[in-house]
Ligand binder design. Sequence first.
Ligand SMILES: Nc1nc2c(c(=O)[nH]1)N[C@H]1C(S)=C(S)[C@@H](COP(=O)(O)OP(=O)(O)OC[C@H]3O[C@@H](n4cnc5c(=O)[nH]c(N)nc54)[C@H](O)[C@@H]3O)O[C@H]1N2
Ligand SMILES: Nc1nc2c(c(=O)[nH]1)N[C@H]1C(S)=C(S)[C@@H](COP(=O)(O)OP(=O)(O)OC[C@H]3O[C@@H](n4cnc5c(=O)[nH]c(N)nc54)[C@H](O)[C@@H]3O)O[C@H]1N2
Ligand SMILES: [Mo]
Length: 678
Amino acid sequence: MLSNIERLVSVCSLDCPDTCSLIVEKIDEKIVKVTGNPEHPVTKGVICHKVRHTPDKVHHPDRLLYPLKRVGAKGEGTFKRISWEEAYAEIKEKFTAIIDEYGAEAILPYSFYGNMGVINTEGMDRRFFHRLGVSQLERSICNAAGSTGYVYTMGKSAGVDPEDTVHSKLIIIWGCNLLSTNMHQAMFLTEARKNGAKIVVIDVHENRTAKWGDWFIPILPGTDAALALGIMHILIEENLLDKAFIDAYTVGFEQLREQARDYTPEKVSALTGVSVEDIKKLARLYGTTTPSFIRIGNGLQHHDNGGMIVRAISCLPALTGQWAHLGGGAVKGNSSFSSFNSFLLERPDLMPQPAPRIINMNQLGRALLEIAEPPVKALFIYNCNPAQVAPEQTKVRNGLLRDDLFTVVHELFMTDTAKYADLVLPATSSFENLDLYSSYWHLYIMLNEPVLQPQGEAKSNFTLFKELAALMDFEEACFQDSEEDMIRQALDNPRNPHLLGITYEGLRQNKWLRAQTNQIAPAYQNPPTPSGKIELFSESLEQQGLSPLPAHVPLQDSKYPLRFVPGPNHQFLNTSLANLPKLQKLEGRPVIYLNVEDAQSRGIQNGDIVKIWNDRGSCRLFASVGQAVLPGVAVTQGLWWEDEELGYISVNTLTPDALSDIANGATFFSGTVEVEKA
Ligand SMILES: Nc1nc2c(c(=O)[nH]1)N[C@H]1C(S)=C(S)[C@@H](COP(=O)(O)OP(=O)(O)OC[C@H]3O[C@@H](n4cnc5c(=O)[nH]c(N)nc54)[C@H](O)[C@@H]3O)O[C@H]1N2
Ligand SMILES: Nc1nc2c(c(=O)[nH]1)N[C@H]1C(S)=C(S)[C@@H](COP(=O)(O)OP(=O)(O)OC[C@H]3O[C@@H](n4cnc5c(=O)[nH]c(N)nc54)[C@H](O)[C@@H]3O)O[C@H]1N2
Ligand SMILES: [Mo]
């Protein structure tokens, strides 16, 4: 029966830098196998364990296949099947009544990148909500602080082409667990290492990546700007600078010299927990190795000082002139190579004027419980699982429990969030959609054509919002667009020369095309900063009341003795895939890493169930006692759905909803906790 197998090309839709090209094998309308596409220049035939289990996700017995209406209490998860017509009628009735009584701002859309396809995340949905005139959502839960911090220095989100990192001789992986979160970067670095490169890992946790590197430097959370300034201090002191590069391409070096003077190795050691010897060794290694490459992760910017941390690190490559060398420089993200025409896609011009208020997604609990003018009376959630991923969970869940809140959730699964919904609408998986993908790390634009029929009565985000627009009698022509029309509009972006020549036809034929880099000056030569140079001194930051120069600002919260860093894990993708038994088994148990010193003083032993708590609430996890974290630090990995022995756990019960210094980002890792034996 081998002849029955169909082999099709698809794109991984997960929120991950690698955006892989997939080979999907299908028998009788069922996906049976998913592997990496050997022809894709970055995927190179290799995909992660998570995505090899895609068939289990797409054909999961728990997949939502029909619209559901809540019959039990909110949060309980009891629903009855209804038709799409009934669901639509209820949405229209509720939205109309809310708009009549409170105005459209009482409706809040809440979405993120559960699917990275641009048509299904920044397309018809945005048009619909703009036209409806509802509250705007500030989507800053992920990389906002760090990416913006980087842009203050470099002008845009562009750094080293990852394919060039095979040429690097010194690699610093800084606050990035890339063996789990960006495995194809690890593949390029393995090649660099074969060519003699040394790999340094700076992290608060001796995780997979730290063990894989050549030299692990443990650091105290939220102190990386101090380390970057300490490195600058030594580079300047020992004249390990590229003066010609600094003169040609940067502004503010003299002020930076003054600023760094104060960050002596002794002072930096006291702040960071890194020894004076290691600070000197690292700075000298950095000052004498070319090309060097810094992979700046997302973890180190989930702090209330996170924007400034990335801002500080992003100044380093200019000081030693790394940008001028193949494989030299840094990457926080590379999304500007593929920036699409967001105006045509999202149509912000459909919004009423003055524009509706903006609500920050990191403060959903506050929005639901505290905002009065007008109160949030309806939530429309898609591509996102806020009852797990947003900070201050107690507030979020109390908000979701409000009887007077009308909540619609569009999902593939009955997530914790969906259990609070009045209506749950079934979503297609990306394998059922036509969509356009880009990576925020590599340089390939990719087309995803459906490989499967929509399962059950599931609808894509695109279809859902197009039908909702018709339901609300929106007559603008843009609500008639097809996915193909929108892909063409997305690619038509005169402001991004890297998209020149990339067409829908070309993508249909090739499946992916590389962003153009030939004949376009590299980012360092003429960056779109106000001065047109790499800004070591930033007037724009000063105008916002922030330090114009890189600076270390201590984390705000120090109420409890342990700094709590709850990051992602290896087998799940945020909360996605965490409901696959095979992946749960591979991941093991949800643990909290504690230093022996902290465990002993609390009578905690390896494997004990511990209660972790602060003013916000508590949760229970298994203790893992050792030297994986420094004293005073507590690390967990993964956003688990449920655990039989522990009951419901959400580490985000403990995380703060304070916003970061730059760009109102999330500060998941800046909280403090106490731990005791349960
Ligand atoms: N397997 C897997 N892959 C994923 C995800 C997932 O959940 N699982 N999530 C995806 C998403 S949405 C994102 S944004 C990326 C995130 O992927 P990364 O960029 O790797 O970011 P994190 O894993 O959040 O954190 C990286 C590291 O930062 C460390 N860290 C925390 N605070 C500090 C600090 O103050 N200083 C330093 N030096 N290190 C610190 C953490 O210990 C962690 O090892 O991964 C994507 N890929
Ligand atoms: N403690 C802690 N919290 C964190 C983080 C952390 O490191 N620590 N990381 C933060 C970061 S960086 C991020 S990016 C966020 C991620 O937070 P989320 O964006 O909420 O990510 P997921 O948990 O993967 O949830 C995405 C949901 O979208 C659904 N989905 C997938 N495709 C589609 C689709 O096409 N249509 C619809 N309607 N739904 C779809 C999936 O089934 C899934 O339930 O979490 C943040 N929360
Ligand atoms: Mo993220």
